[in-house]
Design a protein around this ligand. Structure first.
Ligand code: AMP
Ligand code: MG
Length: 316
């Protein structure tokens, strides 16, 4: 069985094709970027509409498949940006009707977890999900995903992108910040862990103030943001693993592309005799293959659920 998945929740439009064994046959995507702004909703949804057909054609070509070989079409129903979600939904629905395929709406966050789990062949890890909007520590218990720690305000990716915008790095900024951080020294920033939760907006404000007052340079701020925020997450995840007894950690989401972040988490795991896992770059950020795999897992329990913009991980 082959499943075709469509991703459109935020800045990325992607189409992935996966087998029922979890083998990725194609994973084609195109992401909206901007030089001096963040995500302008009309522009992002227009981007998705513009690239959709081409991405789909490329995905089928890469997988060397035609529609006879596709059994299920899945799409990201949420959470995400409303206008972007509707672009993906309509695109998926039209295809499902045209080619008489089953349509399955899936949760984008859970798709990140599922693709990481199948890729690493894991049984029952503690999940750390760090993307643009989301920062969550998750475990699977009693048949449900449970969020045992999360950001109280913005996601870590959002902090990186907003700070990047302030200092003119363009969108998205995570990768550029990682480069600049290599040349930086530590300046003190607020360390805001509250029980199992954390908060990033005060760190953003502090960095913006230090930069505007010329009290710290770009490199130092990039370095210090990374060291502070990654340490905050490593602390909370370590506590989560200690309390739940999980022996494996799985990092997913776009910020998982950061080498320093992985290094810290790997060290924390090693020190407690646990194993750290991540996903390769092409499966870390938003893409269609994870939506296809989640579609396979949910094909008998979910269907056309339209769009659910605020669908939380613990509601799946
Ligand atoms: P996602 O929403 O899962 O696609 O993740 C997108 C987020 O990942 C954006 O906020 C990016 O700035 C961030 N990101 C991408 N690459 C890196 C990196 N190397 N280091 C830190 N953040 C990154
Ligand atoms: Mg995502």
């Amino acid at each position: 069985m082959n499943i075709l998945g469509i991703e459109s929740t935020a800045h990325t439009f992607g189409v992935g094709i996966i087998t029922d064994q979890g083998k990725v046959l194609a994973n084609v995507k195109d992401s909206y970027t901007s030089k001096d702004a963040g995500m302008i909703l009309d522009e992002v949804s227009a981007h998705h509409k513009m690239v959709a057909e081409d991405i789909l054609t490329q995905a089928l070509k890469t997988a060397k498949l035609n529609w006879d070989h596709v059994d299920v079409i899945s799409y990201s129903a949420g959470p995400g940006l409303d206008p972007c979600l509707w672009v993906g939904y309509h695109f998926a629905k039209d295809l499902a009707e045209k080619y008489h395929k089953k349509l399955v709406g899936v949760n984008h966050c859970v798709a990140h977890l599922s693709i990481g789990k199948v890729y690493n062949k894991l049984k029952d890890p503690c999940y750390l999900y760090v993307s643009g909007v989301n920062t969550q520590i998750i475990v699977f218990e009693e048949g449900k995903y449970r969020i045992i720690g999360e950001t109280l305000d913005i996601g870590l990716g959002n902090l990186l992108d907003k700070f990047g915008r302030t200092i003119g790095l363009g969108f998205p900024a995570g990768q550029v910040i990682e480069k600049l951080a290599k040349k930086g020294n530590y300046v003190e920033l607020p360390y805001t862990v509250k029980g199992m939760d954390m908060s990033f907006s005060g760190i953003l404000t502090k960095c913006q103030q230090l930069y505007e007052r010329k009290e710290a340079n770009q490199e130092d701020l990039c370095f210090s943001i990374q060291e502070t925020c990654f340490a905050m997450l490593a602390e909370v995840v370590e506590r989560a693993m200690a309390h739940t007894g999980k022996q494996e950690l799985l990092l997913v989401g776009g910020v998982g592309a950061n080498t320093r972040f992985c290094e810290m988490l790997d060290l924390m795991c090693k020190e407690r005799g646990a194993i750290f896992h991540k996903v390769p770059m092409d499966l870390a950020g938003d893409q269609g293959a994870m939506i296809a795999w989640e579609g396979f897992l949910r094909k008998d329990s979910y269907g056309d659920v339209e769009v659910i913009p605020h669908w939380r991980t613990d509601e799946v």
